[in-house]
Design a protein. Structure first.
Length: 348
């Protein structure tokens, strides 16, 4: 019988080969959870996607046109369908006062925009800078956008949006002022402080001059259930909190007269600046690059994965090479899963 001796060099080579084999073994993919689809109600308008015709047809019936940008698997879209539109008063008001046309933000159907220019659904979403789904554009009879909702908003705020547009109130006041005149939703009644918020006085021009970090301005209000949710659930998550702390972060009561020096050096107040920015949802977070240019916003209801994605999108300056935020978050989800990390787009 022949015996084989494994010399030291051979042993090293075998160990190296075994290590390579292990390194090349595919890691187990992380799970992807939270995607949801919902069947669109049969009262959605069947359209040839000529928007001027749709606006005119809606006007002839005393209605207004709404464009609804959605995408498959979007849990926020499903929430709009299964929560908001499932409530009888919202469903009845939408059918009586609006014609709603669904636009798949990745679709290839031709759309004729107001003015006659042709797009595909996908290129129209890009031209309109649709970063979130659902995004809803409410048109007036003249073909101008009376109100835009970027992202999902809960039923109580959605009812206000319907009342505002159906009543043609955009000619009288901003949606922000319309919301302020409504009864406040019961909430904690406080502004939630965070240890990474910069202390007053708020001089964002000085932050730009330092040039070391992007800026995140949190516009909040005291009676705000979603502000409670932002701090109690999303920012309480350690990885999210670590990302949030990498910004020059400022919290402003969006209805206060708190003085603030804007990134361009001009002086304003929290309330006036929020009005100039057109903010009507609390909490809203507006992001600026280190040079003081606005690059992104959160103006609707988001859960942890999407908030983290916005933070990373701004911190990495990914918007320079990838202007589509939706493509960015798809790539981010895939990258995390390849590392064996589970991705839950609808969890906290």
């Amino acid at each position: 019988m022949h015996r084989f001796r494994i010399t030291a060099p051979v042993a090293v080579a075998l160990m190296y080969a075994a290590g390579l084999a292990l390194a090349n073994e595919p890691e187990e993919m992380g799970e992807y959870r939270g995607a949801r689809d919902a069947v669109h109600p049969d009262w959605f308008k069947e359209s040839f996607l000529d928007l001027e015709e749709d606006i005119a047809e809606a006007a002839s019936e005393g209605k207004r046109l709404v464009l609804y940008f959605w995408q498959p698997g979007c849990p926020y879209c499903a929430e709009l369908i299964q929560n908001n539109f499932a409530q009888q008063d919202i469903s009845e008001a939408m059918q009586a006062k609006f014609d709603l046309v669904a636009i798949n933000m990745w679709g290839d159907r031709e759309v004729i925009q107001v003015g006659g220019k042709a797009f595909t659904e996908k290129t129209l979403a890009e031209a309109l800078r649709v970063n979130y789904t659902p995004t809803l554009l409410f048109f007036n009879k003249q073909g101008r956008v009376a109100l835009r909702l970027d992202g999902y908003v809960p039923p109580e705020r959605f009812r206000l949006a319907m009342d505002y547009v159906a009543g043609a109130r955009e000619g009288e006041m901003s949606f922000r002022d319309f919301v302020a005149a409504s009864d406040a939703v019961p909430a904690a009644g406080v502004l939630h402080d965070e240890d990474f918020f910069a202390e007053a006085p708020h001089d964002l021009a000085a932050a730009v001059a330092s040039g070391d970090r992007p800026i995140a301005v949190y516009f909040e209000q005291k009676h705000c259930t979603q502000c409670d949710n932002l701090h109690g659930k999303i920012l309480a998550d350690p990885p999210t909190r670590e990302l949030a702390a990498r910004f020059h972060a400022v919290q402003l009561d969006m209805w206060s007269q708190t003085p603030v020096v804007l990134p361009d050096g001009s002086e304003s107040t929290a309330r006036r600046w929020a009005d100039e920015l057109g903010l009507s949802y609390a909490p809203s977070i507006v992001f600026f690059d280190p040079d003081g240019k606005e690059v992104m916003r959160i103006e609707g209801f988001l859960k942890t994965f999407h908030v983290q994605s916005v933070f990373e999108y701004v911190l990495e300056r990914a918007y320079i090479d990838q202007p589509s935020f939706q493509r960015y978050i798809s790539a981010r989800a895939e990258r995390l899963r390849e590392q064996g990390i589970d991705v839950d787009i609808w969890g906290y």
